[in-house]
Design a protein around this ligand. Structure first.
Ligand code: HEC
Ligand code: HEC
Ligand code: HEC
Ligand code: HEC
Ligand code: HEC
Length: 483
């Protein structure tokens, strides 16, 4: 294979991003494999005799962090059945060389060591199954993002340096946000101070996902944060996602950073479905403590979603008559757009109902039927991906542009208007709910239907069939309007 320089690559990536509606250029040059040996994942591994350590070992000396991390979305990032279903599909569609991009974020240490050969968990080491484990984050010594198209972190553009070998032998190195105390690591590892660990840049390499070939931004949580009010006020991902719910609210409301002892390894976000599955799996093996651990995280994700947004309802009159109702959806506490990340898969929508004094429904929108299907007239805050033929697409190797992006920026809002002509004089009750679920029912059924054979949904999770996905009400309001 002819080695190409990075410059034509940058030009091609930038070009395809600047005109997202143009179909992908099949002649995009190869990535410089010396700079990015795991491309399309942009990880660099500072290889030495030092090995990666499995989390169970770290946990022997750091039991609190281990318990908090257990059942976190990071701990589950590789075993996640929704991920495994999609990984399986990715490998079939584009081959394993390209699917390495996925593994670079979902189980980086095992990916660089070449352990992952395909979808499924059979025969894998505890380190591989541990996904985004202790030794991933605490071996990150820096970034190589000056070499990426935007000069920003993305697609795993961090450097893994689990240790070093010199004339004295091999030493494990762990990067810590603090200036290390004497004897830090008890001889098991040395400690090196890393300001990166207090900043969103640590998270950015994985929370900024681009298409492997066309460089379309697929998940842009880091850039949304960086261009918003929290970055300006020095509030980072850790300040909301590594603390208790009350502390996160304070970070968001007052722009004040938590105290040192307030941080915990929860990495809790919105994915209550994954905790729900983790709890089911723990119950299936009869481990009540593990189930309780997952349940706590489920409740935390629900509480976070319920703290993120606010609704405001305002009647609009024309010629003295009620004409419309305005619902303002405010992103009050998400540090990025609401929703963020997989915005072409996640669903956040408004359900509204207007009733007259007798309770008769005058108007409704966004209702869900018993099969989990949302009515077509819904106002959904999401994005719609499309592949090169401009057809609707959700798979990350297919999405090359977006037909729409309709999410709510941090501390911003969006207004939705509902036409409502009612008889004058009669009061109206108007109810609005902001609802959230991980995916469309059919999409979830499809992905969970693709899990590799060794993750048997009944054996592992006790699922005989794919259930109707749970929905969380993030905010609700009801007002009586005198008309
Ligand atoms: C044999 C026990 C032992 C093992 C195993 C161990 N550590 Fe440590 N580590 C310590 C001790 C002791 C400290 C000093 C501070 C403390 O007590 O937390 C420390 C400190 C740290 C710090 C810095 C905390 C600070 O206060 O600055 C980090 C980060 C860390 N360890 C991560 C890890 C990771 C990741 C692993 C697994 C790869 C690991 N440790 C395995 C004993 C251990
Ligand atoms: C740059 C890092 C990165 C890469 C590359 C990446 N992902 Fe992810 N993936 C993430 C992050 C971060 C999330 C969490 C987003 C969220 O929950 O909102 C995620 C979430 C997912 C989910 C949703 C899981 C759930 O439980 O709902 C699936 C499925 C998934 N990824 C599949 C893939 C596949 C398949 C690939 C490769 C084609 C891939 N990812 C590549 C970072 C990455
Ligand atoms: C997603 C990245 C990530 C993972 C995974 C992770 N850590 Fe950390 N860790 C951090 C960050 C960020 C901090 C700094 C938090 C702060 O500001 O105090 C930290 C802090 C620490 C500290 C210092 C004391 C404290 O709790 O603040 C120790 C010890 C530690 N981690 C150990 C671990 C162990 C053990 C695991 C696995 C069970 C682990 N970490 C997994 C990112 C991570
Ligand atoms: C090595 C890659 C990597 C790093 C570094 C990383 N993450 Fe993640 N993170 C992921 C992946 C992959 C997922 C999604 C896993 C899944 O859903 O299967 C995820 C999920 C999450 C979620 C849960 C999202 C949800 O829908 O509930 C939060 C919150 C999160 N990460 C925060 C952080 C923070 C804060 C940091 C930095 C301290 C960080 N991450 C660093 C890869 C990473
Ligand atoms: C001011 C607090 C705050 C900050 C700062 C913040 N987040 Fe969040 N995050 C939230 C809230 C609230 C939610 C739940 C609502 C939602 O889904 O957006 C959330 C959700 C998420 C999710 C799940 C997204 C979804 O909708 O499924 C991911 C992934 C995530 N955050 C990652 C990050 C990363 C990475 C950073 C830093 C670049 C960050 N967050 C900074 C508050 C914050």
């Amino acid at each position: 294979m002819v080695k190409k320089t990075l410059f034509p690559l940058l030009a091609a990536w930038t070009l395809s991003f600047a005109s997202p509606l143009v179909a992908a250029d099949k002649n995009i040059p190869e990535v410089d494999k010396e700079l990015f040996p795991y491309a399309p994942s942009l990880i660099k591994w500072d290889k030495s005799e030092a090995e990666f350590t499995e989390p169970q070992t770290c946990g022997e000396c750091h039991p609190d962090q281990y318990e908090e991390w257990t059942n976190s979305v990071h701990a589950l990032a590789f075993q996640d059945p929704v991920y495994q279903g999609e990984l399986n599909a990715a490998i079939k569609a584009v081959g394993h060389d390209i699917a390495r991009q996925c593994e670079g974020c979902h189980t980086p240490a095992a990916m660089v060591q070449g352990e992952i050969k395909g979808a499924g968990l059979k025969g894998l080491s505890p380190l591989a199954k541990a996904g985004v484990s202790c030794d991933v984050c605490h071996s990150i010594s820096g970034h190589q993002h000056w070499q990426t198209p935007y000069h920003q972190p993305e697609n795993g553009s961090f450097i893994l340096s689990p240790g070093r070998t010199d004339e004295k032998g091999t030493t494990l190195t762990k990067y810590t946000p603090f200036s290390p105390a004497e004897g830090c690591g008890e001889g098991f590892h040395e400690c090196v101070e890393s300001p990166l660990h207090l900043s969103s840049e640590l998270c950015a390499g994985c929370h900024q996902v681009f298409h492997y070939e066309t460089h379309t931004p697929l998940e842009a949580t880091y850039m949304e944060w960086k261009n918003g009010p929290y970055a300006v006020n020095n509030i980072h991902c850790q300040d909301c996602h590594m603390v208790e719910i009350d502390t996160f609210k304070r970070s968001a409301d007052d722009f004040s950073r938590p105290q040192r002892d307030e941080y915990h390894h929860y990495f809790n976000g919105a994915n209550f479905l994954l905790y729900y599955l983790a709890e089911a799996a723990a119950n299936k093996i009869g481990d009540a403590e593990l189930a309780a651990n997952a349940h706590k995280k489920f409740e935390m994700a629900v509480a976070r979603l319920q703290a993120a947004a606010e609704l405001e309802v305002t009647p609009i009159y024309r010629q003295d008559k009620l004409a419309e109702i305005k619902v303002r959806v405010k992103n009050i506490r998400a540090g990025h757009n609401l929703p963020t990340s997989l915005t072409n898969v996640r669903q956040m929508w408004l359900e509204v109902t207007a009733r007259d004094a007798e309770g008769k429904i005058l108007m409704t929108s966004g209702t869900v039927d018993a099969k989990g299907t949302i009515a077509k007239d819904v106002r959904m805050f999401n994005s719609e991906g499309q592949h090169e033929g401009l057809h609707f697409a959700i798979d990350p190797w297919e999405v090359q542009s977006f037909a729409k992006h309709d999410t709510i920026p941090p501390k911003g809002y969006k207004d939705v208007f509902y036409g409502l002509a009612a008889a004058k004089g009669a009061p109206i009750t108007f109810e609005a709910r902001l609802r959230y679920r991980q995916a469309d029912q059919k999409v979830a059924e499809k992905l969970l239907g693709l899990v590799p054979d060794d993750i048997h949904l009944d054996a592992v999770y006790g699922l005989k069939e794919i259930p109707i996905l749970p929905i969380i009400d993030m905010a609700t309001t009801s007002v009586t309007i005198n008309n």
